[in-house]
Design a protein around this ligand. Structure first.
Ligand code: IMP
Length: 194
């Protein structure tokens, strides 16, 4: 069975990838990677490539030959000019989901257009240095209050056009079937070279 290194320690992302990929998925913790990766790219693509390269270089130094998958994802709100976008994890405060959601609700207080979409960019970097990239999106609206499970990012504020409920109210299977990550992964798996 193929082993893939996923350039993330986010337990929600790791569990979504494990459910959707038919191979062994190892996290950064699993491979003993504990360096800080500076995600200073301006786009989801730049950030995912930065993460994939950092992990691939680490593996090379250990003499490990393995392919790396990195994703960069975020929420883009139309009336906020696409914000928080690549800053989704640190919109109000670094990795403080609750504070990030509160800031989003405040920013939208006087907006009538609450349409938004999640983006997921996945880069798969092969051990020989070449890579492929795919993007997935999912559309919806930002609710005025948290609904359902509040444990992952903006899930409880995102009312999905596809599911007609918030991602916080959806089962893992329902979310994976329509999510930005699910759609990007589906594209990756459909590539001849993946
Ligand atoms: P990343 O780890 O740099 O890709 O940051 C992604 C951030 O976007 C997360 O910390 C969440 O705030 C948000 N995000 C991305 N995907 C999802 C999702 O599926 N549900 C909820 N929030 C998400």
């Amino acid at each position: 069975m193929e082993k893939i290194i996923l350039a993330s320690n986010n337990k929600h992302k790791i569990s979504e990838f494990r459910q959707m990929l038919n191979c062994e998925v190892l996290s950064l913790e699993d491979i003993g990677f504990n360096q800080e990766i500076i995600e200073d790219g301006k786009t989801f693509f730049e950030n995912s490539l930065i993460k994939a390269k950092a992990v691939s270089n680490f593996l090379k130094k250990q003499g490990i030959v393995a392919n790396v998958i990195a994703d960069d994802s975020g929420l883009c709100v139309n009336s906020l000019g696409g914000q928080p976008g690549v800053y989704s994890a640190r919109y109000a405060a670094e990795h403080d989901d609750k504070a990030n959601r509160q800031k989003l609700l405040q920013q939208l207080e006087d907006k009538s257009d609450r349409s938004a979409y999640f983006v997921c960019m996945i880069v798969k970097l092969f051990s020989d240095g070449h890579y492929v990239s795919v993007e997935g999106r999912t559309y919806g609206n930002i609710l005025t209050e948290e609904t359902g499970d509040t444990s992952f990012g903006y899930d409880c504020l995102f009312f999905s056009d596809d599911l007609k409920k918030s991602f916080g109210q959806a089962t893992k299977e329902e979310k994976n079937a329509v999510s930005h990550r699910g759609r990007a992964l589906k594209k990756l798996l459909e590539l001849k070279e993946n």
